[in-house]
Write a protein that binds this ligand. Structure first.
Ligand SMILES: [Fe+2]
Length: 278
């Protein structure tokens, strides 16, 4: 069961599945897939996995909520990164709810429209830095642990947070939806003159298909230092890779806001569709 209640739908509802034509029935019977309707033609861009994916041998502090040792470490945690099971501490940082939906796209002849399928039963792995921009990874222990804030010149220390669950897993439901509760990660220096903006890393795993890896970024007026975040987004070498179309870049910059219904009073909520090629 998810660690928190379901958010509002992203657009495709169960009812819309019931209104599709008979031609879709064959697809509905395919395990793991359901049918949606015409959708945006903007595919989610593939982006680098980066150096900090938490394989079993490389983490500084193994965090395993599921004690099944046959399960790889990356799959051993739930979708709430703000708390570790059995511990009372809450992760430092601004709480966010990432509300996602996974669709698979098939382009039509005109290449301007796509037919989408909701992808059920896919495994979504999230890994990220904590509030101070530090990963739970032995390679990050050797990286620049102090740096000067690019605006204020204040010295920032990238420290660990014992209450943060640095990675987690969710499974898409029948409508392709999934969610995570986590925190706004800190930005961090990638090189002497390049700060990576706050971002989340995702690995999308669908049985029988190659893994799809991407990253999402942040926007939203309620975040502190939002001007700096926008500036870092604008200059980021990974987000602004010239091989990624501008519309695709904008699609992975997720806007976070207060939930107007106040179902999530402790955090900001952002929604994003992952549209991947079938
Ligand atoms: Fe990263």
């Amino acid at each position: 069961m998810p660690a928190f209640a379901r958010l509002q739908p992203l657009g495709m509802t169960r009812r819309s599945l019931l209104t599709i034509g008979a031609g879709a029935i064959g697809l509905l019977l395919t395990p793991g897939w359901a049918v949606a309707t015409t959708c945006s033609s903007i595919l989610t861009p593939r982006q680098t996995r980066g150096p900090y994916f938490p394989y079993d041998q490389v983490v500084s502090y193994p965090i395993r909520e599921d004690q099944n040792k046959d399960l790889p470490l990356i799959e051993a945690n739930d979708n709430d990164l703000t708390q570790l099971k059995g511990m009372t501490g809450i992760a430092q940082g601004h709480i966010i709810y990432f509300q996602g939906q996974l669709l698979s796209s098939r382009m039509t002849g005109s290449k301007t429209k796509a037919t989408c399928q909701l992808v059920a039963g896919a495994e979504i792995l999230l890994w990220q830095a904590n509030f101070s921009g530090r990963y739970n990874h032995s390679l990050d222990d050797m990286a620049q642990l102090h740096f000067r804030h690019p605006k204020t010149n204040e010295m920032i220390e990238r420290v660990h947070d014992d209450s943060f669950q640095y990675w987690g897993k969710a499974t898409t439901d029948a409508d392709g939806r999934f969610q995570f509760k986590t925190i706004l990660p800190g930005f961090y220096p990638a090189t002497e003159d390049w700060f990576r903006p706050p971002h989340l890393h995702f690995s999308i795993r669908i049985k029988g298909y190659p893994e799809f890896v991407t990253q999402t970024y942040f926007s939203g007026n309620e975040f502190p230092d939002i001007d700096l975040i926008h500036e870092l987004n604008a200059k980021d070498g990974i987000l602004r890779d010239s091989r990624i179309r501008h519309e695709q870049q904008e699609q992975v910059i997720v806007e976070y806001q207060r939930d107007p219904e106040e179902k999530f009073p402790d955090g900001l909520v952002g929604s994003c569709q992952f549209l991947i090629p079938s």
